[in-house]
Design a binder for this molecule. Sequence first.
Ligand code: GUN
Length: 300
Amino acid sequence: MSAKIIDGKAFAATVREKVAGHVSRLREVHNIVPGLAVVLVGDDPASEVYVRNKGKQTLEVGMNSYEHKLPEDTPEADLLALVARLNADPAVHGILVQLPLPGHIDEEQVLNAIEPAKDVDGFHILNVGLLATGQKAMVPCTPLGCLMMLRAHHGNLSGLNAVVVGRSNIVGKPMAQLLLRDSCTVTIAHSRTKDLAAVCRGADILVAAVGRAQMIPGDWVKPGATVIDVGINRIPAPEKGEGKSRLVGDVDFDSAVQVAGAITPVPGGVGPMTIACLLANTITACCRANDLPEPSGLTA
Ligand code: GUN
């Protein structure tokens, strides 16, 4: 038996299409152009690629993109001053400060300086609390993308056993909150969990977000389970020659695909959904800022 492959690339394209439709309507009916500001401090190559892709896709759906690139040695006070300017700018509906920030900058302080209504990453402490208490929040993009794919595959998630492997603030914890809100029975597992294999084998929904290449083998997967692989790990591929490498997830895809009912591949699974959900969050923020109805199907 081989699992259904959940095509995140195609799913992300449908999300972007919906977003583009909302952008057109906002422009034509309300004369509003949603705007997303992305701030990058330093020149980390991976972050530069992410930021470039975000800017490109923002423009493609018809929104305004504002990119702010600051040098590595930018004082924290200067970054906070920029965030304050973006908070006050009515053309900016969403603000994202690319992580990681250089070591001399207090990440929490910067994230919590972003106006919560413009916090399209959902990392502000207020949004974390709103999500945890089941109130209207801005929801982190990667877990939101995972939730959209799970809802599309299962319809109703109520009563399913969900195991989230990984307890990060960016993915694991908000993912668990979202699954709980959809009435799953949720377990958060992590590196110290006893008999992680047995815990994983109990999962109808298994979300892997640990950042360790191919850590979860197929025999940890319950037959028929849905596996969402958030990991993006680069590993050397000696069989393909010197210097070549490839991307793999936290799940050993080749064995898991034999057991699971459905599985997201890496690349082409969760990854493309993250930026699509960032655009969706920007539309949501823009509608809320203008007292307009929220777009359906693009929020949690
Ligand atoms: N760096 C890697 N992923 C993310 C993300 O989702 N948001 C931000 N702000 N930085 C990141």
